[in-house]
Design a protein around this ligand. Structure first.
Ligand SMILES: Nc1ncnc2c1ncn2[C@@H]1O[C@H](COP(=O)(O)OP(=O)(O)OP(=O)(O)O)[C@@H](O)[C@H]1O
Ligand SMILES: [Mg+2]
Length: 281
């Protein structure tokens, strides 16, 4: 079984997924909480490990292909080990960039898709076939949408139809039954809370969490990026029949326990949990 989450950056998907993993593990069920990012540190095998690392790095190399930082053109390393060792993701998140053109994020969205095709087939599917409950903190449609949003913000009017076309394709692709989780959870909530939580967590927003690559800065840049995805999440969550969990300012414990109740009440999971308890006895 695959359980996955959608929601804007910093809204509490990982927090809820982690609590769910603990809860299900305590009930004696085999759970694996996973993401493409988490697989990067462990996957050294040529296939799919190296492919997952190279595709991951290439999304960033494409997005920033034409970018300039304070000191001139941004030259990202071609080797994943250099990218990781030199903490390029953090460095980019702290650099004011300009010059991003839509071709970069557009191509990055396609590489993002390629990486997820590999990741689903070679990491997620085998774990499901192994009888595990797989928790994927973020359904990768989110990353693709953010890349398309960045492309839109740097595109001319003539470039927009191509982005629209890719957007429709991606929405169909991720909506296909073979990509959809058995339980999808849309975590909805005010963008101001997501911004406050993320900045108090890390002191700043992360790479691609705002539109700085399109020259927009500050909280309004975060809101502009997130608003675009939040609106879409609401639409697709309804179309795809996902659960909707609404977070508020009542604190982590309260939000998590409401979220857990919602997810554990899902018919498919209630059945697994029931069976797990019986096996445990
Ligand atoms: N209900 C809440 N109240 C207060 N803080 C929260 C709440 N939920 C999450 N947080 C905090 O907000 C921060 C972001 O949460 P989390 O990492 O779970 O978000 P996310 O949706 O997984 O983000 P991303 O999209 O980047 O993966 C964390 O520091 C977390 O502790
Ligand atoms: Mg997360």
């Amino acid at each position: 079984m695959l359980i996955s989450f959608l929601g804007v950056d910093g809204i509490g998907k990982t927090t809820l997924a982690t609590a769910l993993a603990e809860d299900l593990t305590e009930r004696g069920l085999a759970v694996v909480q996973t993401s493409w990012r988490r697989s990067l540190g462990t996957a050294e095998t040529p296939w799919p490990g190296v492919a997952l690392r190279q595709l991951w790095l290439e999304t960033f190399r494409l997005i920033y292909a034409n970018a300039r930082g304070g000191d001139g053109p941004i030259a990202l390393p071609a080797d994943f080990r250099d990218w990781a060792h030199d903490a390029w993701e953090d460095r980019l998140a702290e650099t004011a960039v300009s010059g991003v053109r839509p071709v970069g994020p557009l191509a990055a969205a396609l590489v993002e898709l390629a990486g997820n095709v590999v990741y689903f087939a070679e990491v997620i599917r085998p774990a499901i076939d192994d009888g595990k409950i797989v928790l994927l903190d973020t359904f990768p449609y989110k990353h693709v949408l953010k890349e398309l949003t960045l492309a839109r913000h740097t595109a001319t009017r003539e470039g927009t139809p191509l982005i629209d076309s890719l957007d429709r394709f991606m929405t169909d692709f991720f909506g296909d039954p073979s990509m959809q989780p058995q339980i999808g959870v849309f975590v909805d909530g005010p963008l101001e809370l997501a911004y406050a939580w993320r900045t108090s967590q890390n002191g700043r927003v992360g790479l691609l969490e705002d539109l700085r690559a399109a020259g927009l800065h500050g909280e309004s840049s975060f809101v502009a990026m997130q608003q675009a995805t939040a609106t879409r999440f609401r639409e697709v969550a309804q179309r795809w029949g996902w659960l909707r969990h609404e977070v508020d300012g009542s604190g982590i414990a309260d939000n998590v326990s409401r979220g857990l109740r919602l997810i554990l009440g899902h018919r498919e999971l209630a059945r697994r949990v029931g069976a797990g308890v019986v096996e445990g006895v």
